[in-house]
Design a protein around this ligand. Structure first.
Ligand code: IPM
Ligand code: MG
Length: 356
């Protein structure tokens, strides 16, 4: 029997409850497909600060490096908001992405048919389907550039630096083009090349890489225009390729178009199919422990894990089908509509398992 080692980083807020549901679903589906998973739980974020004093203990990095994949819940919360910037829970998340070399972040924004009315956009704008893949560069740019503060003539300033090397742009561009080849063969590279030098390098590099993918139609768009086009005509997009910070912003926007940020999964990939899988939403401290959290984004992240790291596309598909089906009858509060059954986080996990 194939056996995989997964490091589980539940994190903060709703993290533990949603991850528990995803594990429940993963156990159910892998039993059926004859795969065995060993789990090892480690600390990250605020939970790690409470237990060890820092947001990313070395033991967590070591465990992740020794495993086949990582499943993460969410990090952060008001309890740690007053910590200095370099000790905040979020630093743990950036740190693990960087330590594991997870430069490619895939964030699919899809509308599940039963949730069409949950999209804030008019039906005529979304049409009968919406399926966008945001490919976000994850270990470079302003998130990892030089930053600091200084005081000149008693006026304090702060700075953060956006910097990209050709190598960093090339490798993420290849991922974008490869994804586009498997989809509708259309790639929109998003930058701010009318202002930023780093964006001009980004664009030149993407154009060069595009020569290796003659079957993919390449378009360039400024990020401000892209933010507008996403609500004006989201159907024009297939794959959006963009930098770390622009991808952070545009993926939240794309997720909302699809109805609820509680539905969207993500994969952060490095070399050799290694990946970290997490929902794109945050730790929602306001509803933690109330049972109101929607576990479907994390459940769908486990499906991505089966597809991209564990090489079990059928098991991945089985989860996605079960999720689409469960939505026709049961909903957590964030996506509830009349005529469906209102369920809590763990009931939703149970229902997905029943459909598998
Ligand atoms: C995300 C989150 C993180 C990011 C935060 C929590 C550091 O917003 O994964 O999109 O900005 O990358
Ligand atoms: Mg974000």
């Amino acid at each position: 029997m194939k056996t995989y080692q997964i490091t589980v980083l539940k994190g903060d807020g709703i993290g533990p409850e949603i991850v528990d549901q995803a594990i429940k679903v993963l156990n159910k589906v892998t039993e059926k497909y004859h795969v065995r998973i060993n789990y090892q739980e480690e600390y990250i974020g605020g939970a790690a600060i409470d237990a060890t004093g820092i947001p990313l203990p070395q033991q967590t990095i070591d465990a992740c490096q020794a495993s086949d994949a990582v499943l993460l819940g969410a990090v952060g919360g008001p309890k740690w908001d007053s910590m200095p910037g370099n000790r905040r829970p979020e630093t743990g998340l950036l740190g693990i992405r960087s330590a594991l070399g997870l430069y490619a972040n895939l964030r699919p924004a899809v509308i599940f048919e039963p949730l069409r009315s949950a999209s804030p956009l008019k039906e005529e704008i979304i049409g009968d389907a919406l399926d966008i893949l945001v490919v976000r560069e994850l270990t470079g740019g302003i998130y990892f550039g030089q930053r600091g503060r200084n005081t000149v003539d008693s006026v304090e300033s702060a700075y953060d630096t956006e910097r990209y090397s050709v190598t960093e742009v090339e490798r993420i561009a290849h991922i974008g083009f490869e994804m586009a080849q498997k989809r509708n063969k259309s790639l929109c590279s998003v930058d701010k090349a009318n202002v930023l030098e780093s964006s001009r390098l980004w664009r030149e590099t993407v154009i060069r890489v595009s020569q290796e993918y003659p079957d993919v139609a390449l378009e360039h768009m400024y990020v401000d225009n892209c933010a507008m086009q996403l609500v004006r005509n989201p159907k024009q997009f297939d794959v959006i390729l963009t930098s770390n910070i622009f991808g952070d912003i545009l993926s939240d926007e794309a997720s909302m178009i699809s109805g609820s940020i509680g539905m969207l999964a993500s994969a952060s990939l490095g070399k050799n199919q290694f990946g970290l899988y997490e929902p794109i939403h945050g730790s929602a401290p306001d509803i933690a422990g109330t049972g109101k959290a929607n576990p479907l984004a994390t459940i769908l992240s486990v499906a991505m894990m089966l597809r991209y790291t564990l090489g079990e596309p059928q098991a991945a598909k089985a989860i996605e089908t079960a999720v689409a089906e469960v939505l026709t009858k049961a909903r957590t509060p964030d996506i509830y509509t009349e005529g469906t059954q209102l369920v809590n986080c763990s009931e939703m996990g149970d229902l997905v398992c029943e459909l598998l």
